[in-house]
Write a protein that binds this ligand. Structure first.
Ligand code: ATP
Ligand code: MG
Length: 339
């Protein structure tokens, strides 16, 4: 049986890392058909539209998209395409795994933390931002809802069950933001009761930052609101060696978009040295989502083995001597051997 997915190569290094990722997916024989569509600067130049309707239609039709980084022009009244996509498809769960890989210059070697970040409300409401006429007072509203908090916390627990994880930590600031963060925390406590088999604890965000840096091994799944999740997941990416290995999954009821956390990296675009692993790990998460868990695992294992035994093939950001292509070819060879 074949499954069609929307593929958006994107801007900057996007087309290079997408080609590398599709090479590995093809080597895995996943039976995927690619509906390639455009967004970002490429789309603006070709079609005069950052986010053409054909692209939205393809994502809606196929319900799963693999997406390269998209550049939104600064100024000119453009809203971020990534934010627009999340809103349009109500992709409320932003899942960001941080896993250690061998031979990277990371501070820790055994990290395996998944941050589940609320992706649609909290501090990210553009309409909640005001400034007084005299410019002396600026105000931003944080709005959490029971519905929004419930579905993100439930998502985290359901994911924990499905992936065989042991613990969920709710990160909050309910001691200061008693209303908004307080609502999130009380919902988290309620939902946690439905999952007695999963250990639950709660942590104030400032303490969570310190604990993540000092004793990251105590964390398994973190669930938190939008802004805290944004910050904490970058912190977690830093623990495992940076952006080159950080995938981000945006999940909703009707669609899911899988992407790398990093941007279009214009400074290295076209040089053939971009690390394809973040997008590749997003593709592995996509395979999990599509029910092809063994194939997702095979990608992660092939990356691990390549870094451990064939480090020279890796891109320079991971201390290798290779290129996007040599790295992808080495990973593709290993998934083929394993199949
Ligand atoms: P954007 O505006 O699209 O976010 P940016 O200039 O912020 O682009 P990022 O893509 O966020 O750039 O990257 C920040 C730094 O990390 C850059 O120096 C970039 O070269 C590097 N980087 C990002 N992704 C990769 C990658 N996949 N491989 C190697 N280096 C990367
Ligand atoms: Mg950036």
């Amino acid at each position: 049986m074949s499954k069609t997915i929307a593929v958006i190569p994107g801007d900057g290094i996007g087309p290079e890392i997408m080609a590398a990722t599709l090479e590995v997916l093809d080597a895995l024989d996943c039976g995927l058909v690619y509906a390639t569509v455009e967004a970002g600067m490429v789309a603006l130049e070709k079609h005069g539209d950052l986010l053409p309707k054909a692209t939205l239609d393809a994502i809606a039709r196929h319900q799963v998209a693999l997406k390269g980084p998209l550049t939104t022009p600064i100024g000119g009244g453009f809203t971020s395409i990534n934010v627009t996509l999340r809103r349009h498809f109500d992709l409320y769960a932003n899942v960001r795994p941080a896993i250690s890989f061998p031979g990277t210059k990371a501070r820790y070697q055994n990290i395996d933390i998944i941050t589940v970040r609320e992706n649609t409300e909290g501090a990210y409401l553009a309409e909640g931002q005001t400034i007084s006429e005299d410019g002396e007072v600026a105000q931003s509203i944080i709005r959490n809802t029971r519905k929004g908090s419930t579905r993100i916390v439930r998502y985290a627990f359901e994911m924990a069950v499905k992936k065989g994880r042991k613990k969920v930590t709710a990160v909050h600031k309910a001691n200061i933001m008693k209303t908004s963060s307080g609502l999130f925390l009380s919902v988290a406590r309620e939902v946690a009761k439905e999952y007695p088999q999963i250990e639950f604890n709660e942590m104030i965000v400032d303490n969570a930052c310190m604990q993540l840096v000092m004793r990251p091994e105590q964390f398994d799944v973190i669930v938190t609101t939008n802004l805290f999740g944004d910050i904490l997941s970058d912190l977690c990416a830093g623990l495992v060696g940076g952006l080159g290995l950080a995938p981000g999954d945006n999940i909703g009821e009707h669609a899911a978009i899988f992407e790398a956390v990093h941007g279009s990296a214009p400074d290295i675009a076209g040089k053939g040295i971009a690390n394809p692993c973040a997008l590749l790990l997003a593709a592995a998460d996509m395979l999990d989502h599509l029910g092809m868990v063994a194939k997702g695992t095979a990608i992660r294992q092939a990356i691990r083995d390549t870094l451990a035994h064939e480090h020279d093939a890796a891109t320079p950001d991971l201390g290798g001597k290779g290129s996007t292509r040599s790295f992808a070819a080495a990973i593709a060879r290993r998934v083929r051997q394993a199949a």
